[in-house]
Design a protein around this ligand. Structure first.
Ligand SMILES: [Zn+2]
Length: 296
């Protein structure tokens, strides 16, 4: 089994979206509009898992159509987010360069339906596409558009299979669903960023690769239980972040949020949560020979 990080361009958002201001949903969302501070360009990752039962893609990343959100009628899309992507950076061309054709992808699983996660759907007309049923309801139709989703950009053939999670707890996660017969790739409920957000856990050897979607924008925010500015319910988000921390304490885990600038490096190095790489070479911290003047 191999997990590939596929960067589908970059996104800039407001600092108040990355880390919410205030405890009330409306207050936090208005703070995004009031904020004048933008992030750096953040990556938008999708993931491809080469598995003996077939390739599974998790999220589809950005599409080049997102370059037009500046003329959108939706105030968030128009003013509060900026995208950067070339057409060849979409997920389809990148999978082909890895030797993975559209028909090789058995399943696509979406952590949620925000525009930078469903933007590459057009590349998967032959795959089974799984989305949590509540997320489909929230994102569909005019109500979805008013909430900031782009159902009008879904391919005409888009008819996702409801990803129903069962009452099968995995550690602190109450509901889950196996995505492989082997049981080594599992979806778990991680509500917070959206009410029906899911994360995908990939078990390889003794390590869990935690494809976290937007449960937090980076690992530090998860470790600090800091809720983002768009989560509809602060308490739900905190409970999920606490559950993730509980999980990583007992399972060696590589935590991989979709917009964390460190995610690809962390995946390549299999860097576990909680292991901080020293910024000073160890040889400097631990001299081989004690200094002469302290030798008695
Ligand atoms: Zn999102």
């Amino acid at each position: 089994m191999k997990v590939h990080a596929i960067q589908t361009g970059f996104v800039k958002i407001k600092s108040a979206q990355v880390e919410g201001h205030g405890h009330n949903r409306i207050t936090r969302q208005l703070a995004i509009f009031a904020d004048r501070n933008w992030t750096e360009w953040l990556p938008t990752y999708a993931w491809a898992i080469e598995h003996s039962e077939g390739v599974i893609v998790v999220d589809t990343g950005q599409g080049a159509h997102l370059l037009q959100t500046g003329s959108s009628y939706h105030p968030y899309a128009r003013w509060e987010v900026v995208f950067r992507i070339d057409p060849e950076e979409e997920i389809g061309p990148q999978l082909r360069s890895l030797g993975i054709g559209p028909r090789d992808v058995k399943r696509v699983v979406l952590t949620h339906l925000h525009m930078d996660h469903d933007g590459g759907l057009a590349h998967f007309p032959n795959s089974e596409i799984l989305v949590a049923p509540g997320e489909i309801r929230t994102a569909s139709g005019w109500a979805g558009r008013i909430r900031g989703y782009l159902p009008n950009r879904w391919p005409s053939w888009f008819d996702p299979v409801p990803l129903e999670l069962g009452a099968e707890p995995i550690g602190p996660f109450a509901r889950s669903r196996r995505l492989t017969r082997a049981g080594d790739i599992v979806a778990v409920a991680t509500p917070g960023h959206t009410a029906d957000h899911v994360s995908i856990l990939v078990q390889a050897d003794d390590t869990t690769f935690f494809l976290a979607g937007d449960t937090s924008y980076n690992e530090s925010l998860m470790l600090a239980s800091r809720v983002d500015g768009v989560s509809p319910d602060e308490g739900t988000s905190i409970a999920t972040l606490n559950a993730i921390r509980g999980f990583v304490q007992t399972n060696p885990t590589v935590y991989l949020p979709a917009h964390d600038p460190q995610s690809a490096t962390r995946l390549a190095n299999r860097r576990l949560v909680g292991i901080v790489e020293p910024t000073v070479p160890l040889a400097v911290l631990v001299p081989r020979d004690p200094p002469r003047d302290v030798v008695s």
